[in-house]
Design a protein around this ligand. Structure first.
Ligand code: ZN
Length: 332
């Protein structure tokens, strides 16, 4: 049996672990895969299902019935999607019901895979019930918990699973993947890679529609307000963030990328500025102290993570505004 895992780019640690687990025949039953939207978590989950279920010599072969169905809707691949449930969460009741179901044999493949989307949205009691399953899983059942942030999961659950964070791609890899996006010129592609921090799926969504322009505009407004120490303008930048969690988050990702470049400009790194807002980056770098820029970067990424972990968008943004304004006043 051979494995063909090149579909998932980068992420060598995760792929090596998966590959040696499959080869040795001892595949862990519970996997936690952490990362932002567009970082490849679903690509891994899909690859996992096809490798585990494929009947070909080289797995996944892509042509056997299991491979084909696993790419669409396989009867032995089960999705648990808390945010699509009525209460936007999955509780202990649902997981307990699962407890009976998991012991039923697979219908057509040699194993069953349960994929939990947004695992951090499962209630703590539900996670506890999941933990019981993870502790004594049926032989041929696997769980893949996808999460934006493992800190939203019970530590006991994390400790029972193998846990991987999706890694951003190198710029060269990201460029190779994004080279295939239709209608994206080199400058746009480069900007999208920068703004997404190397997560190709996120870069793709930046390239779609108006998101790229919106990200650049928000980042530029933020840097100008920061440079001028204009608290009202800072507040306006954040209060203009959309209510949609994903959109707000992608704008914060863009702001964080721009602040990171301003930090590098301040540190005198040559060619640090690659986003098309060099003037604003230079202005912020010259008006704001190094430590303050670093702190601001941390506050923005913390807000981004909070929003990913389902903290209320308004609450996260309000806290961010207060922290950034205070840091700017101190300016060190
Ligand atoms: Zn196959």
């Amino acid at each position: 049996m051979q494995l063909e895992l090149t579909e998932l780019k980068g992420n060598k640690g995760l792929l090596a672990a998966f590959s040696s687990a499959v080869t040795s025949g001892a595949v862990p039953h519970t996997w936690i895969i952490e990362g932002p939207d567009g970082s490849g978590r679903h690509t891994f989950a899909s690859l996992f299902c096809r490798v585990m279920m494929c009947e070909g010599e080289t797995r996944p072969c892509g042509v056997c019935g299991n491979c084909k169905r696993a790419a669409g809707g396989h009867v032995d691949v089960h999705y648990i999607v808390p945010l699509k449930s009525e209460n936007k969460t999955v509780g202990v009741g649902e997981i307990r019901a699962l407890r009976e179901e998991v012991y039923i044999n697979p219908t057509s493949a040699r194993c069953k895979v349960y994929i939990v989307e947004d695992a951090e949205a499962v209630t703590p009691q539900g996670q506890n019930a999941l933990l019981k399953l993870a502790e004594e899983p049926p032989e041929n059942v696997y769980f893949i918990l996808l999460t934006h942030n493992r800190h939203g999961l019970l530590p006991t659950l994390v400790s029972r699973a193998v846990c991987y964070s999706m890694e951003p791609l190198s710029e060269a890899d990201a460029r190779a993947v994004l080279g295939k996006v239709r209608g994206a010129d080199e400058v746009k592609t480069e900007t999208a890679i920068r703004l997404s921090g190397g997560f190709v799926g996120a870069a793709k969504s930046f390239l779609k529609g108006e998101t790229l322009a919106a990200g650049i505009a928000a980042a530029e407004k933020f840097l100008n307000a920061l440079a001028e120490g204009d608290e009202y303008a800072l507040m306006m930048t954040f209060s203009a963030l959309p209510d949609s969690r994903e959109k707000a988050r992608s704008l914060l990702t863009a702001i964080a990328a721009a602040v990171a470049e301003a930090v590098r400009v301040k540190a005198g790194v040559p060619n640090a500025s690659k986003l098309p807002i060099e003037a604003a980056e230079r202005k912020a770098a010259s008006a704001v102290g190094y430590q303050t820029l670093v702190n601001v970067y941390e506050y923005v990424t913390a807000a981004e993570n909070d929003i990913a972990a389902y903290v209320n968008v308004n609450a996260a943004v309000t806290e961010l505004t207060v922290k950034v304004a205070a840091a700017r006043r101190e300016n060190k």
